[in-house]
Design a protein around this ligand. Sequence first.
Ligand SMILES: [Mg+2]
Length: 212
Amino acid sequence: MVLTKESVYSMFRFVALLWRENIARLSEIDSRFGDGDHGVTIGKMADMILSRLDKRRDEGAKAFIESLGSECLEIAGGSAGPLYGVLLEGLAGPLPDDNAAIDARTLRAMFSSSRNALFEITKARVGDKTLMDVLIPATEAAENALDDVPAILRAAATAARQGLRETENQVSKFGRARNYGEKTLGTPDVGAISTALLFEGFQRGIEEEKAR
Ligand SMILES: [Mg+2]
């Protein structure tokens, strides 16, 4: 299986739907140790993705993901917009301009590139209770998965869920939440939740496409 631009649209549609479904939960969790705006920001990104999908059906995968990235960079309200902007632009990086279908090798390179782009802008690593606790293990699982697109997406989503669960046992070291120290134990990181939903949406978008 390779990913066409329609597969990419389907993946992002699922991400947007999952993000929308989780707006209230994300805001509630962010309000415990942050300013409570994560749900609102994620909701804006979800709406942006859905309106882009409605308008630009013929756009190639590279241009489509790049445009999502640059629109995220423009979204005001905390660090989430810029972080996801960089993540998405990183994801688009390895895609060829000719819109050739995405094979397993390219998909893996996309995930690695998104993580490497984040490495450039944050010092957070595994254990610091940020979205990196999801992004790093998910992209590593993709790198180590079989040479098969669905297997890569499944491995990434599984590792993302596991990484998210582990943030419950961590003390926040970044962002506003770090001021709460040990009080953050027992609550997952809110950015880790939205990033785990990204990987879940990618996988479910493809499951959905295969079922059609
Ligand atoms: Mg916030």
